[in-house]
Design a protein around this ligand. Structure first.
Ligand code: 5GP
Ligand code: ZN
Length: 114
């Protein structure tokens, strides 16, 4: 999608600090980190949110999800623990309409889901 921020990051039209990349997914540091370690893990394919998922995305989503602990290990937070957040739609506060996992770690977190 031409005007999608994260598609433009995938296409290198906007720079980012990449931590993991393969043919299907990209992991990069969040520009406004909410914890000492805050990485976004996205499918390279444009999917607006969980609400746009179809069964055609099953393999891609399994691949994406399986890479959460792989990225966490690379970031050094696999054993200390981390939180995975997905925002979907207006009430969640989703700002970028390209599906993404937030991977947050590097400090203890409260069980406050806002
Ligand atoms: P959302 O609120 O949609 O779940 O999360 C969007 C995230 O994208 C936010 O945490 C925000 O800081 C991050 N973000 C917004 N613009 C950019 C950018 O240009 N580069 C990077 N690396 N992250 C961004
Ligand atoms: Zn996109």
């Amino acid at each position: 999608m031409d005007n999608c921020l994260f598609c433009r990051i995938v296409n290198r039209e906007i720079p980012s600090r990449i931590v993991y990349e393969d043919d299907l997914v990209l992991g990069f540091y969040d520009i406004q980190p909410k914890s000492p370690v805050h990485v976004l893990l996205i499918p390279k394919e444009h999917i607006g949110s969980f609400n746009e998922l179809t069964r055609d995305h099953d393999r891609l989503m399994a691949h994406l999800t399986a890479h959460i602990p792989i990225v966490a290990e690379k970031l050094g937070i696999k054993n200390s623990g981390y939180r995975v957040v997905v925002n979907c739609g207006r009430d969640s506060g989703q700002e970028v309409a390209h599906l993404h996992y937030h991977i947050l770690g590097g400090r203890p977190m409260e069980n406050n889901f806002g």
